[in-house]
Design a protein around this ligand. Structure first.
Ligand code: SF4
Length: 432
C-alpha cells in the first residue's frame, strides 16, 4: 500500500518533468521531509534516459550563517554527494547553498544596527536570512527562463497552521502560485504523507546520491525535533520552534534541538546555548541594554545601546575563540563598524578596532587614515554649525544607502539624525 503511494508520487513527478521545459527548483534544508523530496526527484530523473532529460533542476538550500554546527556539517556533506551524483550521471541538477549577504547577517543586524534579538512580534530574521536569499536566487532563474516550478517538502500533518495555509491556496494541476513571485509555481509532492511514511521511506531506502539516512534519524532522535523547512513566506510559525533552526534563535522559549544535541554529547553546544541566554537577557528592556526610544522617535524600547553592542561583540569574539567555530567574518566586522558610526550615540569605529585587536590580536584598519578623515570632518562640522558626531552620522547614513543602491527613506533618516542633533543641543543647554 505504502509503496504504491511513493510510486504514485514519483509517477506524477515524472509526468510534470516531461511535460515542458520549465526549470525546477527544489527546496532542501537537510531535514527529513526535504531529504525525501530530493531523493524522489533524483530517483525520478535517474529513471529517465539521459537524452530525454529536458530541464535544469536546482537544489536550493539556505544557511543563515548561524545554523547549528552539526546540521551545517551534515547538510554540506549531503550537498557535496548530490553534486557528485549529478555530475556522474548527467542529471542536470545543480546544487546551491545560499547565504544572506553580510549586510543582512544576524550579527550585523544585532551588533551593527542594534536590532533586538528577534521575538514572535518582531521576527525580522526569517525574511532577511532565509526568504530573501531564496527569492533573489529564484528571480534570477525565472528571469532567464520566464517561469519556474518550486518543489517544497511541506506536509499538512506537520502543523495545523501549515495545513490551513496549504488548504487555503487554490491549486491548479497540483501547483499553487507563489505568494510573492508571480511567475513561480509551487508544488508540494509529499503534502499528504504522514511523518511515519516519510521515515519509512527514508530508512528503507538508500539515498540515490549514496549513503543511508540513519545518521539523519540519529540527529532527529538526539535533537528530538523537527526540521526547519525552507521558507517562502512568514505565515508559518517560527522555524526555530522545536526544529533545527539557528543556534541563536530567541523566537522560541527553549531551543530543544541545541539542548538535545548537547545531551547527546555535542559539547560545542554548551557555550552556544549560554550565548543564546545572553541574547535573551539583552533583549529584555528591563536589563538596561536597550535605548529608551525607537529609531522613529517613539517613546518605547528601541535598539540595543552602543555600549550593549560593544559588550555583545566582545562576548561573541570570545565565544569564537573558545569554541574554535567561525562565527563572524571580517566583512561583518567592517559593516558593524560602519553602523556604529551612525548610531544615536555614535562610535568613531576605533572602539571596534580595539575590541577586535584585544580579542583576536590583529589590527583591523589603518587608524592613521581614519584620524585624518576625522580632523577634516571636525573642520567641516564647525564651518556648518553642526556637531561633528552628527555630520559623521549623516555621512555614514548616506554611505549605507549608496552601498545598497537605494534612496527611499534616506531623507527621513537624515531628518531624524538632525532632530537628534537639535534635541542634544537643547539637552546640553538645559543642563548648562
Ligand atoms: S531559526 Fe529563529 S533566528 Fe533563525 S531565522 Fe528562524 S526564527 Fe529567525
Amino acid at each position: 500500500m505504502t509503496t504504491t503511494i511513493y510510486q504514485d508520487i514519483k509517477e506524477s513527478l515524472r509526468r510534470l518533468y516531461l511535460e515542458d521545459e520549465r526549470p525546477w527548483l527544489v527546496g532542501f534544508s537537510g531535514g527529513k521531509d526535504s531529504t525525501m523530496l530530493a531523493s524522489l526527484i533524483f530517483d525520478m530523473v535517474l529513471s529517465i534516459s539521459p537524452d530525454k532529460r529536458p530541464k535544469p533542476i536546482s537544489i536550493v538550500c539556505t544557511d543563515t550563517r548561524v545554523e547549528i554546527p552539526a546540521i551545517v556539517e551534515m547538510v554540506e556533506g549531503t550537498l557535496e554527494k548530490m553534486r557528485k551524483c549529478s555530475e556522474e550521471h548527467g542529471l542536470g541538477i545543480d546544487v546551491n547553498l545560499l547565504k544572506p549577504p553580510s549586510e543582512q547577517s544576524f550579527w550585523v543586524n544585532i551588533i551593527g544596527r542594534g536590532y533586538p534579538p528577534p521575538n514572535r512580534t518582531f521576527r525580522w530574521c526569517t525574511q532577511r536570512m532565509k526568504i530573501d536569499p531564496v527569492n533573489v536566487f529564484v528571480q534570477q532563474r525565472v528571469g532567464h527562463w520566464g517561469e519556474a516550478i518550486l518543489h517544497l517538502g511541506a506536509r499538512r500533518s506537520e502543523s495545523s497552521t501549515r495545513a490551513q495555509t496549504m488548504a487555503g491556496i487554490e491549486a491548479r494541476n497540483g501547483l499553487r502560485r507563489h505568494p510573492d513571485l508571480p511567475r513561480v509555481w509551487v508544488s508540494n509532492p509529499i503534502e499528504f504523507l504522514s511523518t511515519e511514511e516519510v521515515w519509512a521511506y527514508l530508512l528503507q531506502k538508500l539515498n540515490p546520491w549514496g549513503g543511508d539516512n540513519r545518521s539523519l534519524y540519529r540527529l532527529y532522535a538526539n535533537a528530538s525535533s523537527g526540521e526547519c523547512p525552507i521558507q517562502i513566506d512568514t505565515s508559518t510559525p517560527s522555524c526555530g520552534s522545536s526544529r533545527f533552526g539557528c543556534w541563536t534563535c530567541t523566537v522560541v522559549d527553549r531551543d530543544k534541538a541545541s539542548e538535545g544535541l548537547l545531551a547527546a554529547g555535542d559539547e560545542r553546544m554548551e557555550k552556544l546555548i549560554e550565548f543564546r541566554e545572553t541574547l535573551l537577557f539583552y533583549r529584555d528592556p528591563a536589563n538596561g541594554k536597550r535605548d529608551g526610544r525607537r529609531m522613529n522617535g517613539d517613546e518605547a524600547p528601541g535598539p540595543l545601546t552602543i555600549a550593549a553592542r560593544r559588550e555583545l561583540l566582545t562576548r561573541l569574539l570570545k565565544l569564537q575563540e573558545e569554541t574554535g567555530l567561525n562565527l563572524i567574518s571580517e566583512d561583518e566586522l567592517f559593516l558593524i563598524q560602519q553602523f556604529w558610526k551612525t548610531a544615536r550615540k555614535p562610535d568613531d569605529g576605533g572602539r571596534l578596532g580595539r575590541i577586535v585587536s584585544r580579542q583576536k590580536g590583529i589590527v583591523m584598519s589603518d587608524w592613521k587614515e581614519i584620524n585624518q578623515v576625522r580632523d577634516l570632518q571636525e573642520e567641516v562640522a564647525a564651518e556648518k554649525g553642526v556637531r561633528a558626531d552628527t555630520l559623521r552620522r549623516l555621512l555614514a547614513r548616506v554611505d549605507e544607502y549608496s552601498e545598497s543602491h537605494r534612496a527611499f527613506g534616506l531623507p527621513d533618516d537624515l531628518l531624524n539624525i538632525l532632530k537628534d542633533d537639535l534635541d542634544h543641543e537643547a539637552e546640553s543647554k538645559g543642563n548648562a
